[in-house]
Design a protein around this ligand. Sequence first.
Ligand SMILES: [Zn+2]
Length: 542
Amino acid sequence: MEERWIRCRRCQAMIHHRRFGRALGVCPECGCHHPVTAGQRVEQLLDPGSFRPFETPEVVEDPLGFVDAVPYPERIAAARTATGLHEAAVGGRGTIGGRPVVLVVMDFRFLGGSLGAAVGELVTLAAETAAAERAPLVTVTASGGARMQEGVIALMQMAKTAQAFAGLDAAGVLSVSVIADPTFGGVAASFATLADVILIEPGARLGFAGPRVIQQTIRQELPEGFQTAEFLLEHGMVDAIVPRSGLRATLSSVVSASSGVLLDFEAVAPFIPPSREPWDVVRLARETGRPTTADYAGLILDDFLRLHGDRVFGDSPSIVAGIGRLDGLPLMLIGHQKGHTTRDRTASNFGMPSPEGYRMAARLMRLADKLGLPVLTLVDTPGAYPGLSAEERGQALAIAESQRLMAQLTVPVVTVVTGEGGSGGALALAVANRVLISANAWYSVITPEGCASILWKSAAEAPRAAAALKVEAGELLRLRVVDAVVEEPDGGAHTDPAKAAALLGAAVRAAFAELLPLSGPELVRQRRDRFRRFGVPELTRR
Ligand SMILES: [Zn+2]
């Protein structure tokens, strides 16, 4: 009878097994995510009854004739008896939200979820199947690392699976990794972290070397929460922390991003902004109530999933990015983020990204290019963050590389300058096929204050500088730096954010509808011609 109650390993609460099952193995008292078996995981993630397992791939079972306390084949036999599984992973075809996927899930109970030839072969076959059938690949990992008993043959499974993931990139097929606790060593350092989108369960740990190994080797105290999901998100290694109860829905919306619809074209009447004092425009552009990128994402996109991290060093709260749908068209949204309150504005560093922000944007633009997703960027920054840490990590290089990358994207790119278009920090997200500007936004080589301090020796001359720099929409339209102006509600976007979003949505939709029929090479050529002409007399007149 005692097995009908489960004791939470974190808070010690006693939970009835049926309640525990309904909660998908998550403690209803403290939220601790307990391990689940491969079978339970398949059931939790796929549409009911849709799983069709692969046949067990044939592999060399004991390549080294390994013996420690007992011969390796005996360990395998014992694990099979204990788990009812053939190996440490299960794979097959299935559907999520009605869409076909290929799924591989690992089971930590089977020799610590270790990666040997059998798991490596299964993951590789799954990736090859996904590429051939153009179905997204979903993996769920829980592993201590490569399997020692298979020696260097286990090590080679890392390269084999990495190679298979390169095949998915070449085929333009989406891969999603779900990290369960714990994922370490050879699995963490191969397929688990090579996926396009990395989701992780709350509290799950992921790393190359385990904390005990690190402490024994370098004798250093490790920070609280080291290598946990929360730590990894902050360090830019994972896209999102998703509780188990939300995994199926999140996977469903990610998977749906890989198939889209074409938009019908609905023309938007050209809007010519009235002539105004440039300084008034600058002040309107800085209104704290103006919709932010996160606001626009919520107002014009369906199923927006925010993605995080540059996968190298950090995350940037100054850029909001992710996948969503505009009238059924899946796209990648990337934009500067300011907040409304002092607290939010401080947290987002007033929309001034660090290099990590631009590197995250670049990562997601590459992903959009791979999946054929159009890219929408929203620009609202006084400039990139001018700080010591940003310089140490290559702010100039990050901005330069972003422009070169955007020049090469084979998908339609639309930019809207929604607030402040300050310098290189703005342009880094604005090398687009169509560049629009909100009626009360500004765009220039420097902030009016910066220009005034340098040329007039006084920041108080900013209004004069704003006029001299021709920063407002009407002037930018004449200079052909922008292609169109997006109308705002009377009094400015902050007076009616929902209406502002509807106007912006319609303008963006019309821009994409024009660009979607163009081929990749045509889009690249069109974008290059657009930026090639600036400053050249005969090209500017055309
Ligand atoms: Zn608990």
